[in-house]
Write a protein that binds this ligand. Structure first.
Ligand SMILES: *Cc1c(COP(=O)(O)O)cnc(C)c1O
Length: 424
C-alpha cells in the first residue's frame, strides 16, 4: 500500500473511546459465544467490513455516476459503477440501483416509482409471513396506500395462489407483491406473473430474505419474471447492512428517480463499495456451494426438529429458514425465545399462519442457517442443534441456573469453538 489505510483502526478507537471500543469487542464475543440462528442475519467477510470502515463514508455523491451534484466524485463513481455492473451480472438483470440504504428504503422507492397515495397494492399480510413494509397499518405502506392482504392455504400453509388471483380480480391492484420474512417455501413466480398480467398489475418481488440463495444459484430467480425485485444485502447474501433494486430496463428511470431524489439524499458510498465487494464474493464457486449448504442444513435442521415433535409449518423448508409450530409441545414463541437465549441459542419468536396468540407472544419460532453455515457447520452439527433447541424449549425454564440450560451452554460452546465465527 502506498498510502496508509485509515479504516478499521481499532487501536486508535480504543485509546480515544474505550466505551464504544468495548461494545465492539463484547458484541464480537457475543457473536462468537453462541449459536446465531436468526434467519435474517449473517456474518459478512473482513473484506466487506473493511470497505464499510473506509473514508468513502465521508463523500457526498448525490446523483448517479457521471451525473453528481458534488465535485470530487471520480473515485466513488468507480465504486458505484462496479457495484452496478456486478449486480446486473450476478442477477442477469437489465438495470440495477445500488443506492437504497436498507430493505425498507428500497421498498419505499418501489412504492414511489409505481404508486400514488391511495393506490392499491396486493401483498402477503404480515401475520401470514409478509413484511411490515407490505401494507401494515403501522408502516407508511399501510398509511398511504390501500393494502389488500393475501395469506396461506390452511391445509398446506403455503401461499394460497387461488386467493391471490381472486383478490387481484376483485381489487385490481396497481402492484402485486410477492415475498416476505417468514416464507419457508419457494414462491411460484410464474403463477404470480400470470395473475399480474391478467389484471394489468406491476409484479414486484421483495427478495430480501432469499436473494442470497438466488445469487448462489441454489433456487430459481425471480428476476426474469418480475418487473422489479428489491432486496437487502445483509441476509443470506452476506454483504453489508443495506438494500438494492434490480428491474427491467423500461422501469430504470422510474426506479432511479424514486431512490434519489424522491426517497433518499446522498448515497452511502462506503456501503456501496462494500456491496460491490459482496457481489464479487457471491459470483465465486465457494459462495454457490455455501448457498446450497445453507439449504441442506436448513432442511436437516427442520427434519431433526420434526422428528422430536416440533412441527415445521408446511412440513419442512426449501430455503434457509423454517417456521416451527410449538403448540404440540405447549410452549409459546416468547418462552421458547427466552429459554433458547439463556441456553446460548439466539433465535426469534414468530407468528405462525392463523396464530391464536398475540404477535408479541406468538406460537412459533423462526430458525435460519445462514450464520452457522458461514461458520462451516454441516449436517452432523444440524442434528446437534435440533437436539439442543428441542431440549432448551421443552426441558428448561428460562433461568440461567437451570441444570439443563447449563448443559446446553456447554454443548453450544463446544460447537462454536470447533466452528468459530470470525476465527482469530
Ligand atoms: C428484512 C426485510 C426487509 C427490510 O429490510 P431492512 O434492511 O431491515 O429495512 C424488507 N422486506 C423483507 C421481506 C424483509 O425480510
Amino acid at each position: 500500500m502506498t498510502t496508509p489505510f485509515y479504516g478499521s483502526d481499532y487501536a486508535a478507537l480504543e485509546s480515544f473511546d474505550p466505551d464504544i471500543a468495548g461494545v465492539l469487542i463484547s458484541e464480537l464475543d457475543r457473536l462468537r459465544g453462541g449459536l446465531q440462528l436468526i434467519a435474517s442475519e449473517n456474518m459478512s467477510s473482513p473484506a466487506v467490513l473493511t470497505a464499510l470502515g473506509s473514508t468513502l463514508s465521508n463523500k457526498y455523491a448525490e446523483g448517479y455516476p457521471g451525473r453528481r451534484y458534488y465535485g470530487g466524485c471520480a473515485e466513488v463513481d468507480k465504486a458505484e459503477t462496479i457495484a452496478i455492473e456486478r449486480a446486473k451480472a450476478l442477477f442477469d438483470a437489465e438495470h440495477a440501483n445500488v443506492q437504497p440504504h436498507s430493505g425498507a428504503s428500497a421498498n419505499q422507492a418501489v412504492y414511489g416509482a409505481f404508486m400514488n397515495p391511495g393506490d392499491t397494492i396486493l401483498a402477503m399480510s404480515l401475520p401470514m409471513g409478509g413484511h411490515l413494509t407490505h401494507g401494515t397499518k403501522v408502516s407508511f405502506s399501510g398509511k398511504w396506500f390501500n393494502a389488500v392482504g393475501y395469506g396461506v392455504d390452511p391445509e398446506t400453509e403455503d401461499i394460497d395462489y387461488d386467493e391471490v388471483e381472486r383478490l387481484a380480480k376483485e381489487h385490481k391492484p396497481k402492484v402485486i407483491l410477492a415475498g416476505g420474512s417468514a416464507i419457508p417455501r419457494l414462491i411460484d413466480f410464474e403463477r404470480f406473473r400470470a395473475i399480474a398480467d391478467e389484471v394489468g398489475a406491476i409484479f414486484w418481488v421483495d427478495a430480501a430474505h432469499f436473494i442470497g440463495l438466488v445469487a448462489g444459484k441454489a433456487i430459481p430467480s425471480p428476476v426474469p419474471h418480475a418487473d422489479v425485485v428489491s432486496f437487502t444485502t445483509h441476509k443470506v447474501l452476506r454483504g453489508p447492512r443495506s438494500g438494492a433494486i434490480v428491474c427491467k430496463e423500461e422501469h430504470a428511470k422510474a426506479i432511479d428517480k424514486a431512490v434519489f431524489p424522491m426517497m433518499q439524499g446522498g448515497p452511502q458510498m462506503h456501503t456501496i463499495a462494500a456491496k460491490a465487494v459482496n457481489f464479487k464474493e457471491c459470483a465465486t464457486p465457494e459462495y454457490q456451494q455455501y448457498a446450497k449448504d445453507v439449504i441442506a442444513n436448513s432442511q436437516r435442521l427442520a427434519e431433526g426438529l420434526k422428528a422430536k415433535g416440533i412441527r415445521p409449518t408446511t412440513g419442512g423448508t426449501d430455503t434457509h429458514l423454517s417456521l416451527l409450530d410449538l403448540r404440540d409441545v405447549d410452549v409459546t414463541g416468547a418462552d421458547a425465545e427466552l429459554r433458547c437465549d439463556v441456553a446460548g441459542i439466539t433465535l426469534n419468536k414468530n407468528a405462525i399462519p392463523f396464530d391464536p396468540q398475540k404477535p408479541n407472544i406468538a406460537s412459533g419460532i423462526r430458525v435460519g442457517t445462514p450464520s452457522v453455515t458461514t461458520q462451516g457447520m454441516g449436517l452432523a452439527e444440524m442434528d446437534v442443534i435440533a437436539d439442543v433447541i428441542h431440549r432448551a424449549v421443552t426441558e428448561t425454564d428460562g433461568t440461567p441456573e437451570h441444570p439443563v440450560a447449563q448443559e446446553i451452554r456447554e454443548q453450544v460452546t463446544d460447537l462454536v469453538t470447533r466452528f468459530p465465527a470470525y476465527p482469530r
